[in-house]
Design a protein around this ligand. Structure first.
Ligand SMILES: Cc1ncc(COP(=O)(O)O)c(C=O)c1O
Length: 299
């Protein structure tokens, strides 16, 4: 991975190689950290962060679920991120803020543990690395909504995503797709999912997913373009029989499916509606569509 010059840690800029934590920290052992993944893009007016405020709202929401009070407001996190990107002089990349339980208390109950914060950025290109990806339904079920608080972005949730990613070697697919506890399609390990059928877009509704900010933006952009977008229960058969399907997420942006469980979509190349939405989305994030300027925070 790429690195940067500085990482922000608890109010100070620390050189990348010196940004260390004690190995007996609570979050590393039990997975109770809150974090975000945010992208910033090169635009004609300098780097622009996509949906920065909304990401920081979700960060504080997730921290609140874990009862971690970090002492910084959404505005503080927004301003700190802008400063961090400027200080590192990176034009395009990824931001990773985290609120975590630090050193000084062991045992699962975190009451009394220290709350620490960090914010890092670095250059990061394509996440899934292909124009269209082969997808396989995972043998693992998406975490049950009563197992945790599903719409919080908590580090421990990602053991589910890691296992699904490790199991990809069994199918040879590029990415996994989770079913929920009722056997309906939920989401990917780090992405939401849409299908296109006869010109209508459909995506699983909230309940068993992390309702992504990219998903939300794509629904808005698609509706503004005149597409009907439905949030509904979708089975794997709905996906097998769809005309197109694609992932959305900060890291994945819009990544069309080439196939699902070996069943190809068309000729395996990105379908027309996926391509149209991807092109429109990339214009938005690069500041080339004035209608969606409100999604961007300039550095
Ligand atoms: C499990 C999961 N679902 C969906 C998403 C997409 O969310 P967003 O578009 O806000 O990045 C992510 C990425 O954060 C994720 O990790």
């Amino acid at each position: 991975m790429e690195s940067a010059e500085f990482i922000w840690m608890d109010g100070e800029y620390v050189p990348w190689d010196e940004a260390k934590v004690h190995c007996i920290n609570h979050t590393m052992h039990y997975g109770g950290g809150a974090f975000e993944g945010i992208r910033f893009y090169k635009t004609a007016k300098g780097p622009a962060v996509f949906r920065l405020k909304e990401h920081m709202k979700r960060l504080l929401y997730s921290a609140g679920v874990m009862e971690m009070d970090c002492g910084y407001s959404v505005e503080d996190w927004v301003n700190m991120t802008v400063e961090l990107i400027a200080k590192n002089k990176i034009k395009e990349g990824y931001v990773r803020p985290m609120i975590y339980l630090g050193y000084g208390k062991m045992g699962i109950n975190p009451v009394g543990a220290t709350v620490n914060c960090l914010n890092a950025c670095w250059g990061w290109g394509s996440y899934l690395g292909h124009e269209a990806v082969d997808v396989a339904i995972s043998k693992y079920m998406r975490i049950h909504p009563k197992t945790t608080v599903q719409d919080a972005k908590i580090t421990g949730h990602y053991s589910n995503s890691i296992l699904a990613s490790l199991a990809l070697k069994e199918s040879g697919a590029h990415e996994a797709l989770f079913l929920d506890y009722e056997g309906n399609v939920a989401e990917g390990p780090g992405e939401n999912v849409f299908l296109v059928k006869e010109g209508v877009l459909k995506t699983p509704g909230p309940g068993c997913i992390l309702p992504g900010l990219t998903r939300d933006a794509v629904m808005t952009i698609a509706r503004d373009k005149g597409y009907e977008v439905q949030e509904e229960t979708l089975t794997k058969e709905d996906f097998y029989e769809a005309d197109e399907a694609f992932f959305t997420g900060t890291a994945a942006e819009i990544t069309p499916f080439a196939s699902l469980d070996g069943r190809k979509y068309g000729d395996g190349k990105p379908g027309p509606i996926s391509s149209e939405l991807k092109e429109a989305f990339m214009k938005v994030v690069k500041g080339e569509d004035p209608k969606y300027e409100h999604y961007l925070t300039y550095v």
